[in-house]
Design a protein. Structure first.
Length: 213
């Protein structure tokens, strides 16, 4: 990748990643405002703003950040699967985007319920709490990806080791640095939790009732 193009992609990636983080933080603030608000009009406004933020800020920024991150990785010596920290960032960002896509229908339902229901019932409160919890978890994941990008902890993957003609002794798992092992376990547990939530239907998209027509 040419230096000028590399600088452009890096700038776009940093801008969209920071924007993604800020949009999720704003979504969480709106969710908290909806939960603690005492005025029905304020709560409804916060719920509608949550939907607008999710669809028109978080979604495009997450996709742009993921795309520019992949392009940047493939166009630089870091590569996408050569270093554990780059691979970890990609996996965490992909998981965060996947959860976002799963929750978007629920966010849409939130705006519909908030605008159509004459009263703020338990369904609305439960839905806002669920979305707030997911937003808080997503914020932590994005902070982790930011920390990885700043710290760049050492550690070559087996593919990276072969790329640089270094011998890989034993199993790849044994050669992974300790932080990579712990992150792999955390990602696996997170994926399992997401699968249970979706299959169980308790918090997945479409699990909440729509307002009566």
């Amino acid at each position: 990748m040419r230096p000028g193009l590399r600088t452009f992609v890096l700038t776009a990636h940093v801008a969209t990643a920071v924007g993604w983080l800020g949009a999720v933080a704003a979504f969480l603030v709106l969710a908290v405002a909806a939960l603690i608000g005492r005025d029905a009009l304020t709560v409804r406004g916060a719920c509608v703003a949550m939907a607008l933020t999710a669809w028109f800020a978080i979604l495009p920024l997450s996709l742009a950040s993921l795309l520019t991150g992949v392009i940047q990785s493939l166009g630089t010596p870091w590569g996408l699967v050569r270093h554990y920290w780059v691979l970890a960032k990609a996996v965490l960002a992909s998981l965060a985007t996947a959860v976002l896509l799963l929750k978007l229908p629920a966010v849409r339902d939130l705006a519909q319920i908030a605008t159509a229901s004459p009263t703020l019932g338990d369904d609305l409160v439960s839905l806002v709490r669920s979305l707030a919890a997911h937003a808080a978890g997503g914020l932590l994941v994005l902070l982790a990806t930011t920390a990885l990008g700043v710290r760049k902890p050492p550690g070559l993957t087996p593919w990276g080791a072969r790329r640089y003609a270094r011998a890989v002794a034993g199993q790849p798992w044994a050669d992974a640095p300790g932080w990579a092992k712990g992150l792999a376990i955390a990602v696996g547990l997170l994926g399992l939790l997401i699968g249970v939530m979706v299959l169980g239907g308790g918090h997945g998209p479409g699990a909440h009732r729509r307002p009566p027509g």
